[in-house]
Design a protein around this ligand. Structure first.
Ligand SMILES: [Zn+2]
Length: 293
């Protein structure tokens, strides 16, 4: 399964707004808490490092973010203070989210991504964007309220279009200026206010490679917790193979046939050119495209 997708939790969005219900869930002996330290989730080996309240020494009033119910068990995320050295070393290891995504089971990867995005949002939104006053967590972590002006702030999800241009038996892949050496991938960019999905795909391809596109087909999406994007994977039907790279963002681009992409995905060509890794939706776009004849 694509990393960060398939989150199995019941988010109990009707119940979680009730402070008494949430307090009771948090106080349950079987409640589990995923600690996040410096944006890294705790891992116990190759599993998510869920801890009980007593292992964490949690006080009942400690603010936690409710993640949801898993088979009736309440799961929470909890932010640990930004200490220099990692805490809880006897109980597990804090791992960078990308590294964690490579080893965690699918469901735990999706839950850890949800936890990281929410904790990160709280960390970055401690002050009201409207009046500057300090805000406080509400609705079990799905809102921040401003006591100064009354504004309610909600967690952000930023849509990003990511698209593979195709023409017949070939697709266009590009190298961003900041990519790892030899890496070629699909093209991507943030959607802008007032844009449709199709409009954003066409604009990005025009800006990055001056590629004209006749139609856009949505394929699949992926929550991407860096810090809180939603990748919207699409195929874009190119009008012709003509392109011109915009050296600001794109360093190189090249058309690849299905046979070449298949061979590269299988690791059969060792010339230094790489395609995206397994956690990236760009790889899924390539894999699903070469699967069709
Ligand atoms: Zn305010």
């Amino acid at each position: 399964m694509l990393s960060f997708t398939g989150n199995p939790l019941d988010r109990a969005s009707a119940e979680r707004s009730d402070p008494a219900w949430i307090a009771a869930q948090q106080a349950r002996a079987d409640a589990l808490f995923l600690p996040i330290w410096q944006t890294k989730p705790l891992l116990k080996g190759d599993r998510a490092g869920f801890l009980t309240g007593s292992e964490l020494d949690l006080t009942p009033d400690r603010p936690c973010v409710f993640l949801g119910l898993r088979d009736g068990t309440p799961l929470f995320a909890v932010a640990l203070p930004d200490s220099e050295d990692p805490p809880l070393t006897a109980l597990g290891e804090f791992k960078e989210m990308r590294a964690a995504a490579l080893v965690l089971p699918d469901a735990e990867c999706a839950i850890a991504g949800q936890a990281k995005s929410l904790i990160d949002w709280h960390h970055r939104h401690r002050f009201c964007a409207n009046c500057g006053a300090q805000t406080s967590s509400a609705d079990s972590g799905y809102r921040r309220d401003c006591p100064g002006c009354g504004t309610q702030h909600f967690p952000r999800t930023d849509p990003v279009v990511i698209m593979l241009p195709i023409l017949g038996d070939e697709c266009l892949v590009g190298r961003g200026a900041r990519f790892a050496e030899g890496m070629y991938s699909a093209f991507a960019g943030f959607m802008e206010p007032g844009e449709t999905l199709e409009g954003a795909v066409k604009r990005e391809l025009q800006e990055e490679v001056s590629l004209a596109v006749s139609s856009v087909r949505y394929h699949t999406s992926q929550p991407w917790p860096f810090p809180s994007s939603l990748m919207l994977g699409c195929y874009a039907e190119a009008v012709s193979k003509d392109f011109r790279i915009d050296a600001q963002e794109i360093e190189q681009a090249r058309w690849m046939t299905k046979a070449e992409v298949r061979a590269r995905l299988a690791g059969e060509i060792a010339d230094g050119i790489k395609l995206p890794g397994t956690i990236a939706i760009a790889r899924l776009l390539l894999v699903d495209w070469v699967r069709t004849s």
